[in-house]
Design a protein around this ligand. Structure first.
Ligand code: ARG
Length: 455
């Protein structure tokens, strides 16, 4: 066991206490953030004359060699250090001696861990944003290829009105664009450096907090040292944004599972993204979509876990906050994998255009348009609604669609009907005449906009 704080203790830590307390087993993934932060801190200490130029150089070179050795596998994480901060510092002291002992001047593990988590989280935001962007590109491609692919749309999972696949995909496009915006908002809000806040009350050393913040590409230094070491809002915000991404992916997955079912057959998932059954040879299951839907709960759980951990904490740092890491790391890995896998699955889906178009024609999806036809001819909408309702009843009786009725049959219910009704309620008209902003007929303009914001 190697700790940074043995001086005032007269006994060794109990083994069970050590294992309960240690975090190296999971915060080792902060090694790069920790070393990067320490290099910046040492550079600032040197610039301010708090440590000598010679020590500054020894520390920076030592830290760089630790980073190289971790990355090439020659330096392994031991089981003796309490956390990643202790591990790196102890290793540095082993390598360069006394100079290494000066690194922690004017710093506490409290502002150090706050910094490391922020640096790590900021990278995660960039990775996730780029994965969401890849997904947006696939959605855009499908939209461009399917402006004329007819599809029924649903409310209550009952057929509602005809649409096109571009419009359907456009709805998901909007959800993931909002997700991408949310990520960039969080990044902006969190981008202040806590380094130099010390344990909670700053330090008496003449630190240059703005300088060290700029070395680490922050927009500035945080304004209150107590808040800096006890703030995990940015994690909660990010996990909440991740939960929303998962919710969107889960809805999309559910939709694709339904469309892939034997009953719908709107799509065919690629063999590479499906799995089989151990007993039923005919099966091809949409496991990826189901797993994405299932893993959503795990990310929600992480959000709730950190919110609950934080809710009773007095200022400032409390060890409870160490519990932020495992759940956050797991949630980040999960959402990254889900976006990546879902994107691959979506990119390889085959759309059964004929099945979709046929389905769009059945189920009286043109009933609203038939009523609108009568309205244009002067019938009040409420009356038109009633007339088409009667027509639908007649069709159900005859097992046919509205357009299958002869003009005489139509006129027998309302004599306003004329020959032009057939064109007015055709699938093509129903979709392409819906030209209001955001409607299926306006997807070419929408696609132009999406092209301008997706790169
Ligand atoms: N492993 C700790 C964490 O993750 C580091 C901070 C320790 N600070 C302290 N005062 N014990 O939160």
């Amino acid at each position: 066991m190697a700790t940074l704080w043995g001086g005032r203790f007269t006994k060794e830590t109990d083994d069970a206490v050590f294992s309960f307390n240690e975090s190296l087993s999971f915060d080792k993934r902060l090694y790069k953030a920790d070393i990067t932060g320490s290099i910046a801190h040492a550079t600032m200490l040197g610039k301010q004359g708090i440590i000598s130029d010679e020590d500054t150089k020894l520390i920076i070179d030592g830290l760089k060699s630790i980073l190289t050795d971790i990355e090439n596998g020659t330096l392994l994480f031991d089981t003796k250090s309490e956390d990643i901060h202790s591990f790196v510092e102890a290793n540095l002291i082993n390598r360069i001696g006394d100079a290494g002992k000066r690194l922690h001047t004017g710093r506490s593990r409290n502002d150090q861990v706050a910094l490391d988590m922020k640096l790590y989280t900021r990278d995660e935001i960039d990775t996730l944003s780029s994965l969401v962007n890849d997904l947006l590109k696939v959605i855009l491609r499908i939209m461009e290829e399917n402006v004329d692919t007819y599809i029924p749309s649903f409310t209550h999972l009952q057929k509602a009105q005809p649409s096109n696949l571009a419009h359907y995909m456009g709805a998901y496009m909007e959800m993931f664009l909002r997700d991408r915006d949310r990520l960039s908002d969080i990044r902006k809000r969190m981008n202040l450096s806590p380094l130099g806040s010390g344990a909670l009350a700053g330090t008496t050393y003449p630190l240059d907090r703005e300088y060290v913040a700029s070395l680490l590409s922050f927009d500035g230094a945080t304004r209150n040292s107590m808040d800096s070491v006890s703030d995990r809002d940015y994690l909660i915000e990010l996990l909440s944004a991740c939960s929303t991404i998962m919710m969107h992916l889960s809805r999309f997955s559910e939709e694709m599972i339904i469309w892939n079912s034997n009953e719908y057959r709107f799509i065919e998932m690629d063999d590479a993204f499906s799995t089989g059954s151990s007993i039923m040879p005919q099966k091809k299951n949409p496991d990826i979509a189901e797993l994405v839907r299932g893993k959503t709960g795990r990310v929600y759980g992480a959000t709730m876990s950190i919110m609950t951990t934080m809710k009773g904490l007095p200022l400032a740092y409390n060890k409870d906050m160490q519990e932020d890491k495992e759940v956050a790391f797991d949630a980040f890995d999960t959402v990254n994998d889900c976006v990546k896998l879902f994107t691959g699955m979506l990119d390889t889906i085959t759309f059964n255009k004929e099945v979709m178009a046929k389905s769009a024609m059945n189920g009286f999806t043109n009933a609203t348009d038939a009523a609108d036809y009568l309205v244009v001819k002067g019938v009040p909408f409420r009356d038109a609604h009633g007339i088409i309702g009667q027509l639908v009843l007649k069709c159900i009786d005859k097992n046919c669609s509205i357009e299958d009725l002869s003009l005489e049959e139509l006129k027998s219910i309302c004599d306003v009907f004329d020959e032009d009704v057939y064109d007015a309620i055709s699938l093509k008209t129903c979709v392409s005449k819906r030209l209001t902003k955001g409607a299926p007929g306006a997807m070419l303009e929408a696609i132009e906009y999406y092209k301008s914001v997706i790169n």
